[in-house]
Design a protein around this ligand. Structure first.
Ligand SMILES: *[C@@H]1O[C@H](CO)[C@@H](O)[C@H](O)[C@H]1NC(C)=O
Length: 444
């Protein structure tokens, strides 16, 4: 009896341990379900997941091996786009990619290869799942977007879209080039005469579960570079995202309606947010991020056009922001509802950043000004910890919260921001309830 008890306790302990430290591939559900129970307020996604791509790969391999039962050959079938007629000679290669995708997606175990050394031109394409087995897309060459705007007549918002593909790895040392100059010139932000119409996101992952995007470079997207929408369990690792600082709305990595996301070790410099996290997202962790030029790391905008927004459990840990127009920002429109809560920004260095710490609940990104409204997306439990560096404007710390729903439980712990050059760093705190404050400069 006694021994049985011991065994039982050991088993429970082991089970909990494997929940916490097992790879998410095997335990995708427990992570989110038990998360709050075990770890309380803040996302501790880091300890839940293993980070290295190889870990994920080996867990995928294990699964595949099980799937294959007693089959012997271990290496995946390489499916090369060149074998389906891709030329990489400046002509359109879309058809070859579509054929190669069909083959790879219906194979038992495949790597779809875009070989190095050439540039493949693609029109908008949707690569759809579900696929028969876990799939790797290896991009070693360059994929470049068709610059002809009429090619996007069917769907102006997407260039490359991966839809419903689970257990999917996209990696390689290649480049995905949105070739966006034409779109930038035709943006209403650049040419004020033109009406505001959307432009394509270069790469969209839509409704994907267990996804790794690693080691690639994204550049010059038509609008956003990389979007995860309605996905679960995703990792974006070792990515570089590059576009000119004046290219309009070219967000680096955009997370929307997505749960359990890790963005790690990414260098992002574009014309808009390096990382933007919007409604329906929770358990998102961004770490080891280098950002600039750009608009910084943003939660929001939320609550546009009186919409409801829910964002929770977000952690940004270890980031260097250089010359960006914001550092860490929460932005909500007046008139929205819902919440942004349990948010932690820590270990961040600001280098000549215009608004290093900002909560803006009166966000308005329209040509005409926005009317005052009573409702707001509620902001609560936001921690700023160990944030230092220089501000390019006077506003080192700016909390501009809603009159009707002040920001709640905001903590500043070890924050030290001085003016760059002649600027005098100041802090302003409108409608904010500070929970704790320890070693803060400047103070409001
Ligand atoms: C700091 O940023 C401002 C505004 O973005 C810019 O004009 C200035 O040249 C920058 N200073 C340094 C030293 O980089």
């Amino acid at each position: 009896m006694h021994q049985q008890n011991h065994l039982f306790i050991f088993f429970i302990a082991f089970y909990l341990f494997s929940l916490c430290f097992g790879s998410f591939h095997e335990n995708p559900l427990p992570v989110s379900q038990y998360y709050d129970l075990f770890f309380g307020h803040y996302p501790r996604v880091a300890s839940l997941y293993t980070f290295r791509n190889t870990d994920f790969r080996s867990s995928m391999m294990t699964k595949t091996r099980q799937d294959r039962g007693s089959s012997l050959s271990g290496s995946p079938k390489i499916i090369n786009v060149d074998d389906f007629g891709a030329k990489g000679n400046g002509q359109d290669d879309s058809e070859a990619f579509e054929l190669a995708w069909k083959e790879a997606c219906s194979s038992r175990k495949a790597t779809l290869l875009v070989p190095k050394g050439r540039t493949y031109h693609l029109k908008p394409i949707t690569f759809s799942g579900p696929c028969r087995a876990p799939l790797t897309l290896k991009i070693n060459g360059m994929i470049k977007a068709s610059p002809r705007m009429s090619d996007y007549d069917n769907d102006r918002r997407h260039w490359l879209k991966f839809e419903g593909v689970d257990n999917f790895i996209v990696e390689g040392n290649g480049i995905i080039n949105g070739n966006g100059r034409k779109w930038w010139q035709n943006s209403c932000k650049v040419n004020k005469e033109l009406p505001c119409r959307g432009a394509p996101t270069a790469v969209t992952f839509y409704q994907c579960i267990n996804l790794v995007v690693a080691n690639l470079m994204f550049k010059n997207a038509q609008q956003m570079h990389l979007t995860f929408q309605k996905c679960t369990n995703i990792k974006a690792l070792n990515l570089r995202v590059v576009a000119p600082g004046n290219s309009p709305n070219t967000d680096g990595i955009h997370i929307t309606e997505t749960q359990n996301a890790i963005i790690r070790n990414c260098v992002i410099g574009t014309g808009d947010d390096c990382i933007s996290i919007v409604s329906g997202s929770r358990n998102v962790q961004a770490m080891d991020i280098t950002c600039g030029p750009g608009h910084g790391i943003s939660i929001g905008s939320l609550g546009a056009e009186n919409s409801e927004a829910e964002v929770s459990n977000i952690r940004v840990n270890r980031a260097l922001m250089s010359g960006t127009s914001n550092g860490v920002r929460i932005k909500t429109w007046q008139g929205g509802s819902g919440y942004a809560k349990n948010i932690m920004f820590q270990n961040i260095v600001m280098n000549n950043v215009s608004n290093p710490i900002i909560i803006d609940q009166n966000y308005c990104d329209k040509k005409e000004s926005c009317p005052e409204q009573n409702s707001a997306v509620k902001v609560s439990n936001v921690v700023y910890k160990n944030i230092r560096g220089t501000s390019a404007s006077d506003d080192a710390i700016k909390f501009d919260c809603s009159k009707s729903f002040p920001c709640q439980e905001v903590s500043l712990l070890g924050v030290h921001i001085v003016g760059q050059g002649d600027e005098v760093a100041t802090a302003s705190c409108e409608n904010v309830r500070l929970k704790s404050r320890w070693r803060v400069y400047p103070q409001c």
